[in-house]
Design a protein around this ligand. Structure first.
Ligand SMILES: Nc1ncnc2c1ncn2[C@@H]1O[C@H](COP(=O)(O)OP(=O)(O)OP(=O)(O)O)[C@@H](O)[C@H]1O
Ligand SMILES: [Mg+2]
Length: 348
């Protein structure tokens, strides 16, 4: 495999806004963020409202200037570039938005062709490119329609066609599916997946929905209060989140982890000790885990569980109620051995 080549690299980037009211405090929207997006990545950025996600994408396409740090786009530090040199940088970066931002007075075809007009492409080139893009997003029959004659999903597909008209190598998507219903969301995510695979476009997708990350992204960064608190392969972060905020996001989509309420019910219903075991890929030998319980004479009942599939790999959790004639000390001893095989969480 070729070495990954960074397309976007943030080094200790901060963005501080001046006080919005007189005498108020400065707002540290981005606080010392370092992040590397490699060619071909679909990089998800997730975080609660106000975490700094939109500010981060606006820094990447230089709609906003950073306060400090380096922002390398294709190796060039754009943070210090003068405004007049930013035009070619921005041409290499497409963007789609939650509210689509289409021009209502222009037809679908004219919306898609708009960036090509700005780039002063000849008419024939524009026409061919618009036809090609509308075909790609499956909207050739809507070329002469106006945006308000389209559904939300169709509008976003026009947004994608427009963003890709100038053949950018990078696509930034800020909450691009947040205004869409779940089914339409998945159609748009499928399309973005094709943009990545068929055109090799590197995608940065900003969302507060873990579902979007799970479906589309290969890597994820979790933002909280202007900082990246955790980042890595989607599978790793989903199967083994290191930070409480990441764990909260993950728990919204991961199957098999009982909620606090469900655990309380399990507690009531089962007399034994309640433990949750994590299983990742085939790295955990399930036969050995259950063999330990059997060998120690500890009876187990599976009371909750589920398996998740992410990027062709699986992980899951099983919650067991344990009882033993040997009492707590027998169970403690077997749990110590099981802990050497997998992660064990006990609910007391
Ligand atoms: N132009 C601005 N002037 C002052 N403060 C700003 C400005 N833009 C953003 N902020 C502040 O910066 C912080 C990060 O905002 P940002 O829009 O990046 O968050 P976000 O993660 O995109 O949130 P959401 O999920 O709600 O879109 C917030 O505290 C916000 O109030
Ligand atoms: Mg935002």
């Amino acid at each position: 495999m070729p070495a990954p080549s960074p397309v976007v690299e943030l080094r200790d980037v901060s963005k501080v806004y001046p006080p919005t009211v007189k005498g108020g405090a400065e707002v540290v929207a981005i606080d010392g963020v370092s992040l590397t997006v490699d060619a071909g990545d679909v990089y998800g950025i997730i975080g609660y409202s106000g975490a700094g996600k939109s500010t981060l994408v606006r820094l990447i396409n230089a709609l906003e200037r950073s306060t400090s740090g380096e922002i390398l786009v294709n190796g060039q530090d754009i943070a210090r570039l003068p405004e007049r040199d930013l035009r070619p940088v921005r041409l290499g970066i497409g963007m789609i938005f939650q509210q689509f931002n289409l021009l209502g007075s222009r037809t679908v075809a004219a919306n898609v062709g708009y960036p090509l007009e700005v780039a002063r492409q000849p008419k024939d080139t524009r026409r061919a490119r618009v036809a090609e893009m509308l075909d790609f997003v499956g909207l050739s029959d809507k070329a002469r329609a106006y945006p308000d004659q389209l559904s939300g999903g169709q509008k976003q597909r026009v947004g994608i066609a427009r963003a890709l008209a100038t053949q950018p190598g990078i696509l930034l998507a800020d909450e691009a599916t947040s205004a869409l219903d779940p089914e339409t969301t998945h159609e748009v995510l499928d399309l973005l997946g094709r943009v990545n695979k068929e055109f090799g476009v590197t995608i940065v997708v900003i969302t507060h929905e873990m579902d979007v990350i799970q479906t589309l992204a290969t890597k994820v960064a979790v933002m909280d209060q202007g900082r990246v608190i955790e980042h890595g392969d989607v599978f790793d972060v989903f199967s083994n989140p290191q930070q409480p905020a990441s764990a909260r996001f993950v728990s919204t989509v991961v199957k098999g982890l009982p909620s606090a309420g469900e655990l309380a019910v399990l507690r009531q219903r089962h007399p034994g000790r309640i433990v949750t075991l994590a299983f990742r890929d085939s790295s955990v030998d399930q036969a050995r885990v259950f063999g330990e319980f059997a060998a120690a004479g500890v009876t187990f009942e599976v009371v909750y569980g589920g398996i998740n599939e992410i990027q062709g790999r699986s992980f899951g959790h099983l919650t067991l109620a344990l009882t033993s004639a040997g009492g707590d000390s027998t169970i403690d001893a077997v749990l110590d051995r099981v802990r050497t095989l997998t992660t064990v969480t006990e609910v007391r």
